[in-house]
Structures are given as structure tokens and as C-alpha cells.
Design a protein around this ligand. Structure first.
Ligand SMILES: Nc1ncnc2c1ncn2[C@@H]1O[C@H](COP(=O)(O)OP(=O)(O)OP(=O)(O)O)[C@@H](O)[C@H]1O
Ligand SMILES: *[C@@H]1O[C@H](CO)[C@@H](O)[C@H](O)[C@H]1NC(C)=O
Ligand SMILES: *[C@@H]1O[C@H](CO)[C@@H](O)[C@H](O)[C@H]1NC(C)=O
Ligand SMILES: *[C@@H]1O[C@H](CO)[C@@H](O)[C@H](O)[C@H]1NC(C)=O
Ligand SMILES: CC(=O)N[C@H]1CO[C@H](CO)[C@@H](O)[C@@H]1O
Ligand SMILES: [Mg+2]
Length: 426
């Protein structure tokens, strides 16, 4: 063969090899995905067809839907890509078997268990009615922002439904439920080192929302019920972006209620219920309250406790101030070998709940402090502003979740404010 012929032959072989490799790669990738789904399905068997025996109806008439009766593979591919997929109300009925398994309910609506064709488990959050006036483009834009986040410590959003009668979000299903069950229920408690890991993972998730998203996301509702746990107990922050998504038209709000509508009593930073500017530091405050609940394995405000322990964060401050770590360690079930990490968690919690937003650390500092990478200054008293009487006067604000229908600002009348706690658990 002549020189040019050899060159042509070589390049032809090269091109062939590349094509072969690409095909092989695609096949492996596809198979792995398939296998994952199979595993999923074999661990938690759920019927794929609807209860009456007919296969679910996936043909979609709605415009803009990405799933025009495509094969399951294409459909799942779409879902696993970084853009949330739009579904129709009929599809949601099929996925949830007509909403037969309820996982819980909260301030924004009810959560149902569901399954994509192919077996992947999902959680479907049906948003409360009353946000109908929201423009479709705006809804889809917000959902796009939430859906493009990708971090090991954030719950994935797979899709959504925007219909006159039904607005819903479809999330990755978290098998081990929410963190509140592991710190407040006596039966299924986790060991302290595991809780410490969960605290760090949660902090990393929030840090990503604050610093690493292309569009900064303030959560507004950090609390143990919004930290979900995967099968391997990896914490995943849930419900970020919802506060913005569910904001009603500005006319139906009066000036103050916009902020009052956000957050949950007991976790919401002072600026959310006082006329101060609100920044991402309100999440740092709520995260601090979550740390206290991990330390105390109890609700921060517990009227059943003795007076000195009734509000746990203040009790921790008093012990830290006196240099009495022992009381905290024994109460929290922290062994002597974890003493240093326990002490760090106390200090971080106290820094996070500082009254002045500027005094609170950023989430990236919080992560570094919890991981022991930086020295932590002795915290300042976060409760200076509270006289004893003020705690009592404000105690409605702290117990709002427990009694469920308390409106804790007096101005709030819309249903976003009366946040329910999850009552219907699996
Ligand atoms: N993706 C999910 N996977 C598994 N369970 C979930 C999922 N999302 C929610 N849940 C369950 O449903 C319950 C209710 O969730 P929901 O978000 O409606 O209420 P909440 O977190 O208590 O309050 P909020 O409305 O302030 O977020 C949660 O406590 C959790 O146990
Ligand atoms: C599936 O849904 C479409 C439109 O929603 C409808 O026209 C069709 O009859 C349905 N098919 C079945 C089998 O239910
Ligand atoms: C779903 O349930 C509702 C009531 O819970 C019922 O009215 C409706 O007919 C059901 N739909 C289907 C498709 O089974
Ligand atoms: C908010 O503004 C409206 C007028 O737009 C006023 O009537 C109302 O009192 C204000 N509310 C508060 C809490 O300031
Ligand atoms: C601590 C705990 O409850 N872990 C559970 C998490 O979920 C897996 C799978 O569903 C269970 O096997 C674990 O027991
Ligand atoms: Mg939630």
C-alpha cells in the first residue's frame, strides 16, 4: 500500500475503534442504570401497574411535556438528566396509584409515595391550592432553578406538574425518612457520631445552596423535618426553593406577612418575625437550632422539662459559660472520645443563633468549624436580648408548630403560616 493509502486505512480503523468504544460505553451505562432500577425494585417491591390491572396511561396530550409516549428508557433518561420533566395530572395518578400512600404533610401541601414506570421510587409533593395566580413561566423558571441543583446533600427534583387544578413536585424518594424521627422518637435513635456526620452533611448541602448554585438559594425553612435520610443515612436537604415558589402575588400580601409566611416557629431567625432585612443568614440561625436539637435529642422548647432546661439552647449556653461540658456530654450521650467534636458542635450552634445576623458565621465557616479545621472563638451570649419575661411572652412563637394552628405573628392569615407538623407517617 502507498503512504496515503496506509494513512487512510489507519484513520478508518481509528474512527471505527472510536465508534465501537462509544457504543460499548453507552451500552455499559445503560445496563448499569437498568441494574440500579432492578435493585431498587427488588428491595422495595411495589406494583407497577395500577390497581385495576390496566397499565398506567403515559400518553400525554399536554403541550411541553417531554414524555410523548416514549419508551421507558427514553423517559428515565430524561428524568435523570439535569432538567426537571413536566408531567400531567393523569401521569401523577398513575405514579401514585391514585395517591394511595401518604408520607406526610407540611406547610406547603401533602406528600405521597409513588413510582416511575421501571420501578424508581419517588415522593410527590402536591402543593396547596391558592397559588393559582402564579404565572406558568414563573413557576417553570423557579422549578428550573431548583431542578438544576446537584449535590450529594440535596434532594433531587425529578419533575413537576403545572395544571389548572394541580401543582406538584416530584422528588427523589428517601427511604429513611426525615431526621426528626431519629432525634425525637425514643425507638429509633442514632448514635452520636452518626448524628455528627449528618450535621456536617446537612451544613454542606446548605452551603451549596448559598455559595455554589448559579443562583443563590435561601432555604428559609431549615429544620429536622426537612433533612431527609437516604438508605445509607446520607442527609439530603429537602424543600429548598419552595418559599419562593409558593410566594403568592404581592397584592395578597401586606408588607410584613411576606416574611412571616416563611420559616417555622422555633427555627425562624428573629429577622423573619421582626422588621429587619432578611438574608441567607436566616438559614444559619435555623441550622443552629437544628444542631441544638441534635445535641439535646429533644425539641428545643419542651414545657415538660424543668424550668432551667425548658429552653435547651439557653441551658447549653449556661453550661458552656460555666465551662461545664460534662453535663452536656452526659445529656447528649456523647462519649469521652467524642468530647472535642461535641464541644465544637455546642460552640457552632451558639454562634449560629446569634441575634445579629452579621455575627453569625457563613455556612462555609460552619462546615469548617464542625469538621475541626479551624479554631472556634468562645461564643458570645446569643440570648442577651431575651429577658426571662420575653421568653415567656414569645413562647407562642416557639410552640407554634406543636399546637399547629397558632398564628404567631398576629398579622398572618394565609395558610402558609399555620405550618402543620407531619402527622401521617408511614
Ligand atoms: N422525598 C421524600 N422522601 C421520603 N419522604 C419524604 C420526602 N419528602 C417528604 N417526605 C416525608 O413527608 C413528610 C412531610 O413533608 P413536608 O415537607 O410536607 O412537611 P414538613 O417537612 O414537616 O414541613 P415543611 O412544609 O415546612 O417542609 C416529611 O416529614 C417526610 O417524612
Ligand atoms: C390515555 O389518556 C389519553 C388522554 O389523556 C386518552 O385519550 C386515552 O383514552 C387514555 N388511554 C387509556 C387507555 O386510558
Ligand atoms: C381516585 O380517587 C378518587 C377519590 O379518592 C376517586 O374519586 C377517583 O375516581 C379515583 N380515580 C381513579 C382513576 O381511580
Ligand atoms: C401593609 O400595607 C397596607 C396597604 O398597602 C396596609 O393597609 C397595611 O396595614 C400594611 N400592613 C402592615 C403590617 O404594615
Ligand atoms: C437507621 C435506619 O432506620 N436505617 C434504615 C434505613 O433504610 C434501610 C433500607 O430501607 C433499612 O434497612 C435501615 O434499617
Ligand atoms: Mg418538608
Amino acid at each position: 500500500m502507498s503512504g496515503p493509502q496506509i494513512a487512510a486505512a489507519t484513520s478508518a480503523t481509528l474512527v471505527g475503534a472510536i465508534i465501537l468504544l462509544t457504543v460499548a460505553f453507552l451500552i455499559t451505562k445503560f445496563c448499569r442504570k437498568k441494574k440500579l432500577q432492578k435493585n431498587d425494585a427488588s428491595i422495595l417491591p411495589v406494583k407497577t401497574s395500577s390497581s385495576d390491572g390496566t397499565p398506567p396511561n403515559f400518553s400525554s396530550k399536554s403541550e411541553g411535556s417531554a414524555t410523548e409516549a416514549e419508551p421507558i428508557e427514553r423517559f428515565l433518561d430524561e428524568v435523570l438528566r439535569d432538567r426537571p420533566v413536566r408531567f400531567t395530572p393523569q401521569q401523577l395518578i398513575a405514579f401514585t396509584e391514585n395517591y394511595s400512600v401518604k408520607l406526610g404533610s407540611g406547610g406547603f401541601g401533602e406528600v405521597y409515595k409513588g413510582q416511575f414506570p421501571g420501578g424508581m421510587h419517588i415522593a410527590v409533593k402536591v402543593l396547596k391550592a391558592g397559588m393559582d395566580k402564579r404565572a406558568e413561566e414563573q413557576f417553570v423558571a423557579e422549578v428550573g432553578t431548583i431542578g438544576r441543583t446537584c449535590h450529594i446533600n440535596l434532594v433531587r427534583l425529578y419533575g413537576f406538574c403545572f395544571d389548572k387544578a394541580l401543582k406538584a413536585l416530584l422528588y427523589e424518594f428517601m427511604e429513611n425518612g426525615s431526621l426528626d424521627h431519629y432525634i425525637f422518637d425514643e425507638q429509633n435513635r442514632l448514635e452520636w457520631p452518626k448524628l455528627h456526620e449528618i450535621a456536617i452533611g446537612t451544613a454542606k448541602g446548605i452551603q451549596y445552596l448559598h455559595d455554589d448554585c448559579h443562583q443563590k438559594i435561601v432555604h428559609y425553612d431549615i429544620k429536622p423535618a426537612n433533612v431527609l435520610l437516604s438508605r445509607d443515612l446520607i442527609p439530603k436537604v429537602a424543600d429548598f426553593g419552595l418559599a419562593k415558589l409558593c410566594e403568592r402575588d404581592s397584592d395578597s400580601y401586606n408588607n410584613m406577612t411576606l416574611n412571616a409566611a416563611r420559616g417555622t416557629p422555633g427555627y425562624a431567625a428573629p429577622e423573619l418575625w421582626k422588621p429587619f432585612p432578611v438574608t441567607h443568614k436566616c438559614d444559619v440561625y435555623s441550622f443552629g437550632m437544628l444542631l441544638f436539637e441534635i445535641l439535646g435529642r429533644r425539641k428545643n422548647l419542651d414545657p415538660k422539662q424543668s424550668e432551667s432546661k425548658e429552653w435547651f439552647p439557653r441551658w447549653v449556653w449556661e453550661k458552656i459559660e460555666k465551662g461545664d461540658m460534662e453535663s452536656i456530654l452526659s445529656l447528649s450521650g456523647i462519649s469521652e472520645e467524642d468530647r472535642e467534636r461535641g464541644e465544637r458542635m455546642c460552640k457552632v450552634a451558639l454562634w449560629c443563633v446569634q441575634y445579629e445576623a452579621e455575627a453569625r458565621p457563613s455556612m462555609s465557616s460552619v462546615v469548617r468549624m464542625l469538621e475541626g479545621e479551624v479554631e472556634i472563638d468562645p461564643p458570645l451570649n446569643p440570648f442577651l436580648y431575651l429577658t426571662q419575661s420575653e421568653v415567656l411572652v414569645n413562647s407562642d412563637q416557639w410552640t407554634g408548630t406543636a399546637t399547629n394552628d397558632l398564628t404567631w405573628t398576629g398579622t398572618a392569615t394565609n395558610d402558609l403560616t399555620s405550618k402543620g407538623t407531619s402527622k401521617d407517617q408511614r
